[in-house]
Write a protein that binds this ligand. Sequence first.
Ligand code: TXA
Ligand code: MG
Length: 349
Amino acid sequence: MKTEVIRIDENNIDMEAIRKAGEILKQGGLVAFPTETVYGLGGDALNESSSAKIYEAKGRPSDNPLIVHITNMEALAGIVSYIPEEAYLLAEKYWPGPLTMIFNKSDAVPLTTTGGLETVAVRMPSHKTAQALIDAAGGYVAAPSANRSGRPSPTVAKYVIEDLEGRVDMIIDGGEVNIGLESTIIDLTGSCPTILRPGFITEAMLKEAIGQIDVDKTIIDNNSGQAPKAPGMKYRHYAPRGNLTIVEGEPEEVIKYINEKIGVLKKDGIKTGVIAADETAGRYLGDEVKSAGKREDEEAAAKHLFRILREFDDDEVQVMFAESFPHRGIGQAVMNRLLKAAGHQVVQV
Ligand code: TXA
Ligand code: MG
């Protein structure tokens, strides 16, 4: 398949190009596009065969459900069987934006889109290009992150092209995304709203809107003995090709530990990388040392993490170490992704 790559500026949207992309989706084709969180791999959410194509292009197990993207509340009513009160409160505050809510689905949504589940995940993105595309496609676009299964989610079009060229009809390049980590997912189908995946909309922000909420234990703790409630969270994910270890402790101890390890690895001719903060990046001896931003800036870490993991792959870094980041706010989401990327290899020093 020949993939057309087009550039669309969010602030000056080329509606002719959007119309063409929308037409591809309406015909059952696939279009990758930017959102405020990460790039998405879009297909018509109400078309069974489109969902099947998404799974194939991504190389994703088909029991892993897709998020349906919409642009207005009327559209929500068409795909769910019931809208709980909390959904209105959350939508009021955080839609459009980086929040996905899970509902009981209506018959309009094929089981191929939901990975066989009777529930459906729905998100209203704030990215203007995404919104224009969804409208042009008829209102319902199923879109997982636009990476091959298991790889870090793409935050720039370059990595969408790397993963999906030849496998989708069109890729819309909208430059670098804003947030850099996937949306927060909250399940509204149980007795208490439950966070299944942390993201930019934090636990505190959700509590502010609806009061009591639970958090799926598997989000940070690998040893909870439970299976994650979001099927996609059980897979090894976001993984760089090399081996990644997170090192936690006092900054001076962390630097000393990592540099000692690097010294040994270098003697064996192994290429090393370090994910650090601005304050410490200059202290490491790794072949490649990348800063995720200022130590106390979790939003910067969120924005840069996936790109750094991809760059290490580009440069064939074999062994990587990462400092730990503060867990507050979006830091919880950063650490959730970093722990997965590291296959939960953590060293305390
Ligand atoms: O920010 C995002 O959410 C991005 C952009 C493109 O919107 N999308 C995204 O999709 O991250 P994906 O497919 O990579 O992740 C969706 C996650 C998976 O872990 C999946 O298992 C979970 O959502 N999920 C989807 N539908 C679900 C459902 N009905 N019940 C439980 N988990 C669900
Ligand atoms: Mg994904």
